[in-house]
Design a protein around this ligand. Sequence first.
Ligand code: MOS
Length: 758
Amino acid sequence: MKTDPETSPSARDYRPCNNEAHKHGAVGQPISRLDGPLKVQGKAPFAADVSLSGLLFGSLLYSTIARGSIATIDTIEAERAPGVVLVMTYKNAPRMHPPRPTMSAPKAAAPSELPIMQNPTIHWNGEAVAVVLAETQEQADHAKSLIHINYNELPAVTSFDAAKANSRTPAMVIGQPPVVEIGDAEAALKEAPYKVDQIYRTPRHNHNAIELHAATASWVGDNLTIHDATQKVTHSAWTLAQVFGIEERQVRVISPYVGGGFGGKGLWYHQVLAAAAARLAGRPVRIVLSREGVFRIVGGRTVTEQRVALGANADGHLMALIHTGVSAMTAHNNMAEPFTHSTRHLYAAKAFKIVQEVADMNMIANAFMRAPGESVGTFAVESAIDELAETMQLDPIDLRERMEPTKDPTSGLKFSSRHLVEAYRRGAERFGWQRRLSRPRARQEGDWLVGLGVATATYPYIRMPGGAARIKIYSDGRAVAQMASQEMGMGTATVQAQHISQRLGLPIEMVTFEYGDSSLPDGTIAGGSSQTVSIARAIMAACDVLASDLLKIAGNDTPLAGLTADEVEFQNGGLSKKGQPEIFESFVSILRRAGRDVLASEAAAPPPLEMKEYSMHSWGAHFCEARVNTLTGEIRIPRILGSYDCGRILNPKTATSQFKGGIIMGLGLALTEETLFDERSGRIMNRSLAEYHVPVHLDVPDIDVIWTDIPDPCSPLGARGIGEIGITGVGAAVANAIYNATGKRVHDLPITLDKLLD
Ligand code: MOS
């Protein structure tokens, strides 16, 4: 067994600060977003708001076949249309290197390794085949309709069933082996007195952030600047440099505001094409994808088919836990949807069989979408547990408590912190779980059947490797921290300002966190619910360097003379001797005596060793009430509660929004969202918000969220991720509530009313 969390080296990362003087902005306070006023006044510049002189507007034309090549492409009529400056196709696009896909190199950011507009080959239905540049967006959009293309079409794999016939085991599934076997799970399943063995299906989902993907690109010589909406400024800059064969420092990606990301705001083709077209035209270029464009060239969540088989003994202990299945993918990306990842850490079982396969299709590279894997994997497993509880005549929470592991069931590692049972108990009490009738279809109010359901929510703790922060102290006492991080609306900059305020003992008004610019010290991605702790750890490292730098410039004419960095701590905007706060000098005094206007200290975050030492995850329980109309099958969700155990909550207000947003996205996954992929042509048919249904206000009920607030002893600030856990488990909580209401078990998402009508 590993060392105890409290005494491990990573325990040093949990360093609470005790600067009581500035409680208002302190970590744990529900302060409002610092960028809020700018946003509501329309003064926050998003990527499509930047004005540049000579700016051209780009419009993309998308292929209408899934595989083959362009035989002829006639752009003459388009080129002659009003306002058109040029049309770029594979024939005249600048020569570019194929990008490096995500996870193929530390700073790689592309969805796939396909060359972009370099040859006539077509890889999916919807691939960009031409860029029209014009003086206005309308002129570009019109001229695009005048391009004539003939294709040489080749047979394509656009049916999931056909693809499954040739499924393969990928080398890795997002950093984890595709197969985990402990004991003989199939044999144990056969012998188990209680069992469930079911197939669950989840459809494709597309990204629909309110802000459309946008990039404004300009060149000065060989230096490229892109105003982007991205979750990865550092990684985009590195990848663009590699595509254009220039140095990383010659690319600047600026992305101060992002109107929602959810995994979809990565480096897709529009940024590359905007930069290429700007180079060709010798003028700045903006490409804003239309809503259809987002469906065509931004990959989303892929389709899955999963088998979950559970075998239990009479005590409710699992003898066998089997979770296998296949997801669609392309041969040119790295994104096997990791739907079994959470299954590796959730429940104790004697034997495990976990197998993930992929089926290659001719489609856009599928990609990350909020809780990739866990969101759809928990639908399958948490539905199956509900089915097992029904079979055993046990309350589903009681059954889960019986299956609660004492250590990570597949890795054997100690959990850094796991209070899932506590989250269930608190949630059950608050939600009124005891009012649930265990017999399905037992409660009817008028034409409405009413039921309650519950499911586990979970998402791993991730701290990204890499990343560095700079902290600057000015002679007027202000502090500015800098890192090429991202704010997508979740409160990143606000929470880090709180963190710095408390760490240095400065009022939050004296603190700024600068981010969203690749010229700042390397950031980590805003993804995997990892950003807050990744930034926090880099800032902590920079603050350690700051303490020694301050002592250096303080010299001998200070009350701190002779002290080392280990012997001092930050306090009230200065340094004091540990345990002797009266031995103190303020930042202002130190800088003025040294004749300095500013002192800048920079450091890289240490590697995330805590992730190797412990099994670290956020936990939670989702409780849901469902009402189903007996005549129409209409489904209403009047009430939902999330009860979480995600370490220390750094800002209750922004955290509440993160949890609620996740739950709302989970309602979409449960009830409405489904990309309609025409299996004859490989074309996405419902490429608009009129036909791809995300929850709207009337679909969203009262959402209640609570949390344990128990600090994780192994993570920076005691925090774990909160950005993605909200969507996990919701699909199953809804399905389980609908089963309890109606006695009908739906195994394929979304649960639409037709599936409930007899
Ligand atoms: Mo998330 S899918 O890691 O933005």
